[in-house]
Ligand binder design. Structure first.
Ligand SMILES: Cc1cc2nc3c(=O)[nH]c(=O)nc-3n(C[C@H](O)[C@H](O)[C@H](O)COP(=O)(O)OP(=O)(O)OC[C@H]3O[C@@H](n4cnc5c(N)ncnc54)[C@H](O)[C@@H]3O)c2cc1C
Length: 456
């Protein structure tokens, strides 16, 4: 089957590109969404059914349409779950909102482009001599498209456990991918759990365990032992950052931000002021400065920038204070196996002597923020043929400022775009809805403009 546009992926980015295409393409056009996720349209983030899993962005900034900021708030209102724009809705509700938004556009079928949902994993892709790309699908089928938006997210394949030796018997008690929820029912209430990584995923897993009656101690281990901060209950106005001129350096930016906080600005308002400028700042940094940021500042950036909803933080903080969750800063050397249990061997940060920590389970909550391409057989196949190339920082694909994928010859292949975290090398701030929705609209418009002749 030949489509005008193939949207490959089935999370938020895919839905966002598709709704913009549906709004603007003529009825004669055809779109395929190719996704391997049974929770079509929700991706990892919004497929959860736990109400306690909240969005970490206020509801007033989560509309799928950048130019209709109240669209999500109005949907919540219609469902009888109206909240104020500064509050945090559940992630499950957000998944339903995405599904409903797409469905409402499709209800008006006769005037819309034809849209097919294809439940399949795209495993390979070749460039066609005349026009477009041909995708191989896991079931042996194939699909041809003139324009393509790659919306693959960071992948849900087993997340890497970097730099640690793992004893064979410990593997049975190691959960590599916490998003496969089956492990939760295996953990007994009194068992000791260790979580590797101390970011948002860790907080999700801690609260989910507790909500399911887990009472044992939870040890959290990460290199710096930093956990995300909370959003303020009452938002102050964003403060415009007073940033240095070129040549821009990471230390120069940090110095300027610290100065503003010392002068009395609340740090969250400074971060909020920085956010709309982050993409432009990232692009002003030289490649070595970007690498320096990833090496030295990323952990601090993450906890200040990716904050949690206040009620979520309060629950987590109570567990920290009563000692049922303990956070350790250190470097994991080995997951051994002793006396029938996994045993973490780590070197505390700043210390020399190793520590052994016997536990019943090891849950890997590291590694989500760096997409790379190695997790995706499709991207590896495309890179092998030079259709795409990895960006220099191992974040995802090389794209230009219009999100067009750059090939091995250094040129953008007409009609091939990437959306979402895969494009972090070019944009950095492109992992959350407020940024991806703008990129999705831009990409949809570019596809429509580029393909104007063939769909007319
Ligand atoms: C737990 C969690 C909570 C989050 N909370 C928020 C929040 O509150 N607010 C916010 O703004 N952002 C949040 N985010 C950020 C979130 O990543 C983005 O908002 C958004 O969901 C990213 O969507 P995506 O479609 O780019 O990626 P994903 O959601 O990862 O979706 C990609 C999809 O493509 C499919 N796919 C991949 N490869 C193939 C292939 N070869 N063939 C077919 N299908 C394929 C995958 O199965 C997956 O379903 C959260 C992220 C996580 C992980």
């Amino acid at each position: 089957m030949v489509y005008d546009v193939a949207v490959v992926g089935s999370g938020f980015s895919a839905i966002a590109v598709s709704v913009h295409l549906l709004r603007s393409l003529p009825a004669s056009a055809s779109i395929a969404i190719v996704g391997d996720d049974p929770a079509f349209g929700r991706g990892t983030a919004y497929r959860t059914e736990f109400h306690l899993h909240r969005l970490n962005v206020p509801a007033g900034r989560m509309s799928v349409f950048p130019d209709e900021p109240d669209h999500f708030l109005q949907w919540l209102e219609r469902q009888g779950r109206g909240i104020s724009r500064d509050e945090f809705a559940s992630r499950g509700d957000y998944g339903l909102y995405l599904r409903d938004t797409l469905a409402s556009l499709l209800r008006d079928r006769p005037s819309r482009a034809k849209l097919d949902f294809i439940r399949a994993k795209a495993t390979g892709c070749v460039r066609l001599a005349d026009d477009g790309l041909l995708f191989q699908l896991a079931e042996g089928e194939s699909l041809q498209a003139r324009a393509v938006a790659l919306c693959l997210g960071v992948g849900t394949a087993d997340l890497p456990l970097r730099d640690a030796r793992i004893a064979e018997p410990a593997r049975r008690r190691l959960v590599r991918n916490p998003w496969r929820l089956k492990w939760l029912s295996k953990v007994k209430p009194e068992e000791t759990v260790s979580i590797l990584g101390s970011g948002l995923t860790m907080i999700d897993q801690v609260l989910t365990l507790r909500a399911r009656g887990h009472r044992g101690v939870i040890h959290v281990l990460s290199r710096r032992g930093l956990v995300p901060h909370a959003h303020a209950r009452h938002h102050g106005a964003a403060v415009l950052p007073d940033l240095p001129d070129d040549p821009l350096t990471v230390s120069g930016i940090l110095k300027a931000l610290r100065r503003q906080v010392r002068q009395g600005a609340e740090w969250r308002t400074v971060m909020d002021g920085l956010r709309p400028r982050t993409q432009a700042l990232w692009q002003r940094l030289s490649p070595p400065e970007r690498a320096r940021f990833l090496r030295h500042a990323l952990a601090w950036w993450n906890i200040h920038r990716h904050r949690v909803a206040p009620p979520v933080f309060e629950q987590f903080d109570a567990l920290l204070r009563d000692g049922s969750v303990k956070v350790h800063a250190g470097f994991l050397n080995e997951i051994g196996f002793r006396d029938g249990r996994p045993c973490l061997a780590y070197r505390p940060r700043g210390g020399r002597d190793g520590v052994s920590l016997p536990v019943d389970w090891v849950i890997n909550c590291t590694g989500m923020e760096r997409a790379g391409i190695g997790h995706s057989p499709l991207l590896v196949h495309m890179a092998d043929q030079g259709i795409v190339v990895p960006d220099g920082l191992g974040l995802g694909l090389r794209v230009d400022g219009l999100s067009r994928a750059i090939g091995a010859d250094g040129n953008a292949l007409p009609g091939l775009y990437a959306v979402g975290a895969l494009t972090a090398g070019q944009f950095w701030e492109i992992t959350a809805v407020p940024d991806i929705r703008v990129q999705a609209q831009t990409v949809a418009n570019a596809i429509i403009a580029e393909r104007a002749v063939s769909v007319a």
